[in-house]
Design a protein around this ligand. Sequence first.
Ligand SMILES: [Zn+2]
Ligand SMILES: [Zn+2]
Length: 279
Amino acid sequence: MLRKNLLPRTLSDIGAVTFLLVMVQVIYWFELFLVLPQHYEGGNNYLYYFHCALGTWFMFNIVGNYVITFLQDTSIRGRFLASGEVKPNWRLCEVCETLVPPRSWHCPVCDVCILKRDHHCNFTACCVGHDNHRYFMMFLLHLSAATFYASYFNVIFLWNCTTFSFVGALKLIFPMAILVLGGDTSVLQMYRMFCVIALIGMIAAVSLFVYHSINIANGQVMHERVKRITDFDSGRAANLRHVFGQRWYLVWVSPFVRSELPCDGIDWDSVKKSTTKAK
Ligand SMILES: [Zn+2]
Ligand SMILES: [Zn+2]
């Protein structure tokens, strides 16, 4: 189901989305047409083409998972929530003026309740919840791997074009400031900036991926982790299926691999009951 109101609504969302979309494209072309050809003597050998293909597969997964995270509606809009009887653990959302299922929380930016809401992500300008959790995680996984991969070649690239001096170190530690303030406005300084952005991107993506993976393994969303709620922890394997679906072991291959989720994001009673029984 396609999300409504797709445009980013806050300045931080607009800034984060613009930065991410520009930098992902720029670093992709930078690696393929500058760093790799320099590493493989002009790029005229099979190893160069192998790395281009692998880099493009990472790019396909980053963009594909990002676009689906962004487009997929994971809110309560259009879902059949009313069923006559008042369910004991449902809450009233005063903004949406409706009863919402357990694990659903209102997002003030998206202005709607999100099923199994994890958090509002500035870089995708939408909430991460029950229906797009898998794509968000696969976006992070591929972004982590691709920036790590790029940083390996970038270190060699920088090694070959850095002078070992105090000024040389400053150019690497504060590449953007040196470039913007006119300390070094060369193209090479811009390349240094790309390398540092890829490295910072790697640290951020890996940290986020590890943090969210621990939550998923424990059957928690961010809010439940903070409040130490473990009601929906069904064991490692079941917790994985609740996010990545029945074919959880294949979702890293492509965003188009089908993997049915075992829960609709609304009825968490059965999950909770089976968890209680298991304990
Ligand atoms: Zn709401
Ligand atoms: Zn949101």
